[in-house]
Ligand binder design. Sequence first.
Ligand code: AMP
Ligand code: ZN
Length: 470
Amino acid sequence: MALKLFNTLSRSIQDFVPLDPAGKKVGMYCCGPTVYDFAHIGNWRTFVFGDLVRRTLEFKGYTVTHVMNITDVEDKIIKHVRETKTSLREFTGKYEAAFLEDLKTLNCLLPHHTPHATGHIADIISLIEKLVQRGIAYKAADGSVYFSIEKYRGCGCTYGQLLKLNFDEMKAGERVKSDEYAKESVADFALWKARVPEDGDVFWPSPWGEGRPGWHIECSAMSTKILGPSFDLHLGGEDLIFPHHEDEIAQSEGATGKPFVKYWLHGAFLLVEGKKMSKSLGNFFTLRDLLAKGFTGREIRYALLTAHYRETFNFTLEGLQGARASLARIDECVSKLREIEKAGNWTSAHPDAEILKKFATTLDDDLNVSAAWAVVFDWVREINRRIATNSLTAAEAATALATWANFDIVLGLELRHSDNLPEEILALGFARQEARKRKDFKRADAIRDELKAKGWVIEDTPKGPKLKKL
Ligand code: AMP
Ligand code: ZN
């Protein structure tokens, strides 16, 4: 079955068909953190969702290029830099380091590219120049450059692709300089913001004078620079639909004349007692708050993966206790399997194809994690029953462990934590076995080379393939 995903652009569930004619490569951009504070676990719900999408695509055999930007200059950051009397780099560097550390704690795969807005000022300027040349952007009396919605629509382009907008109330030429605004106040938005005294040292030269980029243009510039004018997937939390993602579409399509993104995926909010967890409401836990309470990254990751990404998730500490208990059940089952298997060569065993197919089918259904967990826990129950009746052989335990390892390519719960095999390497090892089974020796050899480039060698032994560090 093909992977199906809910595309905000079409407001429907669609088959996922990558732009790559060979159907192999996938470009995926996730809006990253604004590094002005520690990310709260509402933010982490969205980033773990991005990780789930990437892992699912890799599990299904796609080669993903995953880009996640670091927003290191925008309105809120500048305000904090001013208040804390630090330099931009010093201020954002601290929160970026914390973000990357938290990403590891939650066992999210590191994106292949993590571009910084401040490292792409030239690309941002050249994108704005294109829009100015095409008559879609203009410099206003305040020295800032704005995107003209009227001109854009006049070219036959649609503003309001992700949601319906009412233009009747809109006055032509009305402008909004702040990065965040409601859909009721739709107006020409800032691409380049002219330097003002409050910006302090945060400014760059440009053809329109000193200033700094708006938030929305940053993502358009970085995504198209790395993934090209058109790419497959763009992700973020649901609050980014408007204006951020709508403006990204307008800027990118306005400049290139090509469709920007094929599938837009948005994760629902994490709530606390029915309210959105947010810094402005002050009702948030950072990952660090939860680690200080004694929870582990695995437990928090598990909890964040229990609800479907399009359903709001009500976060409670009791819920997290529940996650701890469920994870302990899985861990206990895995360690019993290890005791039965003993030999430690389960990485060469074949996973249970039938159960893996069931698991994959649940994910194909718009990442239906609740159904995926049901498959996992039915499986645990059955394994536990077999263990209790002493009827599970060492070979069957090896199959079960290999099956777990395959589940874990998607779940990322490090179920094999006593083996020193990085997940990525193990996943490649399994992918090679699968390719050989399909008699796709070209792919199998390509994977062997990829493993070698990563410092691992695969040896085919009479007992099956073994992975060794070079
Ligand atoms: P920010 O660092 O504020 O740019 O946000 C990073 C990501 O977290 C964005 O994709 C937001 O949509 C997402 N986000 C913010 N608040 C929440 C929340 N309460 N639940 C889920 N995602 C959120
Ligand atoms: Zn973005």
